[in-house]
Ligand binder design. Sequence first.
Ligand SMILES: [Zn+2]
Length: 377
Amino acid sequence: MMKVHELETDIKLTNNDKKKLKDKMHKFKSFSKEKTKKICKLCKNEVQGFANSHTIPQSVLKRLTVNGKLYDMNTILNTDYAKKVKGIKESETFNCICDKCENLFSEYENGDLWVKLNDNSLRDRVLLEIKVKNILQKINIREELLRLYNGGLKELEVNRLLLNNYVLREQNEVKIIEAQGFKKLNEIDFVDWNNELNHYRKFLINKNSNCKGLFVIKYMKKLDYVLPIALQEDEYYMHDTKWCPLNDVYDLKQSHKIKALSVCIFPQENSTLILMFVENNCRTYNDLILQFDKMSLEEQLKWLTFYTFSYTQGYCLSNKVDISHLEGIKRVCTINENLVIGPYETERKIDIQINNRKRIFDMGFENVFSKEFRLDA
Ligand SMILES: [Zn+2]
């Protein structure tokens, strides 16, 4: 029986292969973009060009950088596939809504978010804006993936698995399964997310609509120091802090719905806001939050560090951080990198995943969310 970590050497490309693949992908990407009609995902109008939309607000990103440059997972892993250092304007951006619709997100992107989240009349609107941005980003990434998947294989004449591996890294994708399952999963998620978007866009477009109670905040904390990391993403954690399964991302049955936890880590002027919320009917993370409530702040921060670096690829890290000292974090990040899984039949894939995660958690890692790493020291 093969284990995930034994597959790490499964795909080895020479530097020349990598370069060739990267060039081909680049060409194909620009080609597929040109051919597509531009319809704004929110107002549904055909537009000349899309806005450069950010998930993490630019004001937050600016706090992390000394010269406009930021680190991300590719910097930590020193990967050859993608840019290792990005500018603010290319960090966690997507292009699928028009400039006019981009202005619908002004509530969460401006002003003091902590004050707004504590204000009954503003809170729901702020959560709605964050949620819709997250959905738009997911859809945007998946659309590109599906386009590449459907057309790319023939165009590029590259091995299917290599293509997936490349695309998924490049596109900051977390859930990776073998090629066939990958396509199916993409299509399932795609339908679900478009339904979600259709549901929430009505509330978003009409500023006076009543969005009370659409979401429930599960965790909200203000640290009295500035973290070197920012994040805004819908997460699908597979396990809680006792390693019990939460979402089985490998279960492709239509009836099995995985549930998102919307996570924000927003460094502010002298503090950091950490926020987690769910849709009002979601119970998936109740146990996890109960476990958090029983922990010390330090333990909570350790888990947040682990979840962030092992699940998400969409975080931005300050370029003031000396990453040569982050050996443990690097190990945690490789959980994401080595998710391409072969044809296991003997064991549930979710169990393999969770065991692998636990193994790496137990090896230890730097607690990047602790005071030791504060930017405002
Ligand atoms: Zn629009």
